[in-house]
Design a protein around this ligand. Sequence first.
Ligand SMILES: *[C@@H]1O[C@H](CO)[C@@H](O)[C@H](O)[C@H]1NC(C)=O
Ligand SMILES: *[C@@H]1O[C@H](CO)[C@@H](O)[C@H](O)[C@H]1NC(C)=O
Ligand SMILES: *[C@@H]1O[C@H](CO)[C@@H](O)[C@H](O)[C@H]1NC(C)=O
Length: 406
Amino acid sequence: MKVMVTEMEEGVKDNGASTPKSRVTNQCRVLLSMRLLQILLLFLVLTLGISVVSIHMIKFLKIQHLDPVAPTTLISMYGRGTVTLDSFIRPPSNVWHTMNDSELLWRASMEPQRNGYPFKRVPKLAFMFLSKGPLPFAPLWERFFEGYEGLYSIYVHALPYYKSDFSRSSVFYRRYIPSQAVAWGEMSMGDAERRLLANALLDISNEWFILLSESCIPLRGFGFIYSYVSESRYSFMGAADEEGPDGRGRYRTEMEPEVKLSQWRKGSQWFEINRKLAVEIVQDTTYYPKFKEFCRPPCYVDEHYFPTMLSMKHRLSLANRTMTWTDWSRGGAHPATFGKADITESFLKKLPGAKSCLYNDQKSQICYLFARKFAPSALEPLLQLAPKILELGSNRSSTRRSWFLF
Ligand SMILES: *[C@@H]1O[C@H](CO)[C@@H](O)[C@H](O)[C@H]1NC(C)=O
Ligand SMILES: *[C@@H]1O[C@H](CO)[C@@H](O)[C@H](O)[C@H]1NC(C)=O
Ligand SMILES: *[C@@H]1O[C@H](CO)[C@@H](O)[C@H](O)[C@H]1NC(C)=O
């Protein structure tokens, strides 16, 4: 045993003692290259790691860039840091988004189920403009809205790819929503109206929704209209059970059982509805397919779809009349258009009371708060008469008071 150990020790010694100089340098080289290899490997691992991380970053940033709405709404609701009430109740600063219609309608149909709000909510009027693109009466509307910031929001549906050129100071700046082509009297018109409602519903403070066209003008000041709408027990949606070819005549029995003839209603396209009814419209998947398939010209979807479906469940919420005056007296498929020569003070003053009506179940002299159709040439005389007609320059409390004089 002892011998063996010494032999081994000697062997070890021998190895160490008998190592020539060249061998030592060789070993050093091996050691050095091993170090280099280690460093290289480390470098490789690092670069791999960095590239993996950056690919994920790019993906993440891309998603954020393509879909700016999801991170602010959905993510704030379902985690990713702290859930804040503010991110849910503050309206998006930009009405543009990349949601398609099914995503938008789904998102817009989400409503709080609990009564009341745990924050100070000032209910707003949402003005929804259905236009080909330009808004010839924008200067009149600018004056109409002046001084009422925080009580309204604006949404414009135009032809896709229309580029508006409103300046930063305009109330219409960046208020054009993602839109699609619209064919008169077809379901694409109903789609555009639902798109406007859905976009406006994304702002939780919007309480009343008014549909207007580019040829509409206001007949009263903002304060008056705000009081008239917010103090009304009913929404201003026309819904009549009309005999004849233009009423019941447009009904098709294929719409049964979802829609019966006795439930068929007709009303003006230009409406005002409250938030509850707006949600009812964006969430509808029952009546929509029936109207899309069976209400085609000469059945005009925009005159029947909303009046009919809202009358079924919410008939007691409807005023059964519109708030927008239109002149059909000349006959034909389109109403009369008024230009520069038609605009006088007496003409504009008689429009709100052009027909008698009920307001909160009482007889009222004021039935119409908007009117159409007006040609762009009407703008100049309208701007001149605006201070008189629209009570411009009068403040909130005084416009409010003048409403009670009627
Ligand atoms: C919207 O996008 C989703 C997801 O890509 C798709 O499933 C849906 O069919 C789209 N809807 C419309 C109306 O294009
Ligand atoms: C509107 O019409 C419905 C019938 O469709 C009726 O029940 C309701 O009372 C009417 N609303 C008003 C304010 O008259
Ligand atoms: C606003 O209305 C109040 C009450 O009617 C009135 O006293 C005040 O002078 C008005 N202010 C302006 C700037 O018109």
